[in-house]
Design a protein around this ligand. Structure first.
Ligand code: SF4
Ligand code: SF4
Length: 426
């Protein structure tokens, strides 16, 4: 693709990066067929190629983003299915990140939209505050049908996602060091995460149990909250980079071999820290180091010698977009579950997003619900006893559309390798 940035524009790192990415696109349109929003809406402007043109025009103009452009960029799930499909290696992830930062800096959203986004950016990355806001949302949930009858979609969508009952905090997962059992094989840090540690603390507890049983000392850093992924995808760069720096500092201080991540959305961002902080001389090198040490839990477990296991359920495996497209981890979770004795089926149309995508199911509830229903229908065709996946966003999103129990892969592995049977299977 030809671009027409001025020399002055190209002196700006964000524009220089966007220019390099844009020039790789050959307009072939292969990516449109695997883009969930194009598949649903059939509008070229809601396809990767259409959005690439919108971003090019927006950045070349040097003007603030327009409402029309923002509408189509906001509809992008950042699922990165287009990156898996693209034969030219267009880095759409970095391009949409640059575009979102430009939108955030130049576009004034309508008042309600601004308030909602700021509320989400304030509460979700802070586990204590997020828990309080969920309690408040639970009290307000009887009002959801009323709000829906007035045509409001986002508030009911938010209330629908509140788990009932709200899980109690877990004993495992408090800051500290969890000793290895038997011969110590290594020392790892576990990202507790923000949303996951509140919505489903059993995932981190299962991870600590499994890793310590397998001989790893697990460190949970005290000051940790959020890796920055949530605000990064909202274009709030300042907040996201501050959170990334804080995470890097604590993991370097902890002196660990690896950083283990159980939410694939966070994993995609942490593996990108090296890029996000490349222009910060104080952090560039350390950010690279942490990105290189970051491992999804299934990626980490795949490299270990595992004992005999006792799994036995018939599972549908839903591969989160951030897992398969963001981190290119496809076979590891399937192989681990099969090795552990589970019978595992892959979900048809597995490349399409379930509609979760961070805050997307709150900000774009119509599209998110259509994608969820399509995903649930594909899962139900398999008639599984349970669903396995590797991302809290997908667990919450798909869980609102089906009664089939949905668990994190590591909860099933912990059970198969000697841990307690997950309550969700009761
Ligand atoms: S990230 Fe997903 S929704 Fe966005 S353009 Fe690519 S395929 Fe479409
Ligand atoms: S597949 Fe790649 S090169 Fe082709 S239009 Fe999409 S982004 Fe551009």
């Amino acid at each position: 693709m030809q671009t027409a940035f001025t020399a002055e524009q190209l002196a700006t790192p964000r524009i220089a990066e966007a220019n390099t990415i844009l020039r790789k696109c050959v307009h072939c349109g292969f990516c449109t067929a695997t883009c969930p929003t194009y598949v649903l809406l059939g509008d070229e402007l809601d396809s990767p190629r259409g959005r690439i043109y919108l971003i090019k025009n927006m950045l070349e103009s040097g003007q603030p983003a327009t409402a029309g452009t923002v509408k189509h960029l906001d509809r992008c799930l950042s699922c990165l299915s287009c990156m898996t499909t693209c034969p030219s290696g267009v880095n759409y992830m970095h391009l949409i990140d640059d575009a979102r930062a430009h939108v955030e800096e130049t576009y004034r959203r309508p008042l309600f939209e601004r308030l909602l986004r700021n509320l989400l950016a304030l509460t979700m990355p802070r586990p204590g505050l997020f828990r309080l806001s969920l309690i408040a949302a639970k009290l307000a949930s009887p009002l959801a049908p009323l709000a829906r009858s007035f045509g409001a979609r986002r508030i009911p969508a938010l209330l629908d996602l509140v788990p009932r009952p709200l899980p109690a905090p877990e004993r495992f997962g408090q800051p500290g060091t969890y000793p290895a059992q038997g011969v110590k094989k290594g020392r790892v840090a576990l990202l507790m995460g923000c949303v996951q540690s509140v919505l489903d603390p059993g995932i981190n507890a299962a991870t600590i149990r499994l890793l310590t049983r397998l001989g790893f000392e697990v460190v949970v850093a005290g000051e940790e909250s959020c890796c920055g992924s949530l605000t990064h995808h909202m274009g709030k760069e300042h907040d996201a980079l501050a959170r990334a720096r804080r995470s890097i500092d604590q993991w370097i201080r902890a002196g660990v071999d690896h950083v283990i991540i159980t939410a694939s959305g966070c994993g995609t961002t942490i593996k990108d820290y090296g890029h996000m902080l490349r222009l910060d001389p104080a952090y560039a090198e350390r950010a690279q180091e942490i990105s290189a040490r970051a491992r999804d839990i299934t990626e980490f477990l795949s490299g270990l010698d595992l004992p005999e296991a006792r799994g036995g359920l018939r599972l549908a495996y839903h591969s989160a977009c951030s897992m398969q497209h963001g981190q290119k981890i496809k076979q590891e979770p399937l192989q681990l579950l099969r090795r552990a004795g589970f019978s595992v089926m892959e979900v048809p149309e597995g490349h399409l997003c379930c509609g979760s995508a961070g805050t997307y199911n709150i900000l774009q509830p119509e599209i998110a619900t259509r994608l969820r229903d399509r995903k649930v229908a594909n899962i139900q065709k398999l008639a599984p006893e349970a669903i396995a996946t590797g991302n809290i966003g997908c667990i919450t999103q798909i869980g609102t559309g089906t009664k089939i129990p949905i668990l994190h892969t590591v909860e099933l592995l912990d059970w198969a390798y000697g841990g307690p049977r997950p309550d969700k299977l009761a």
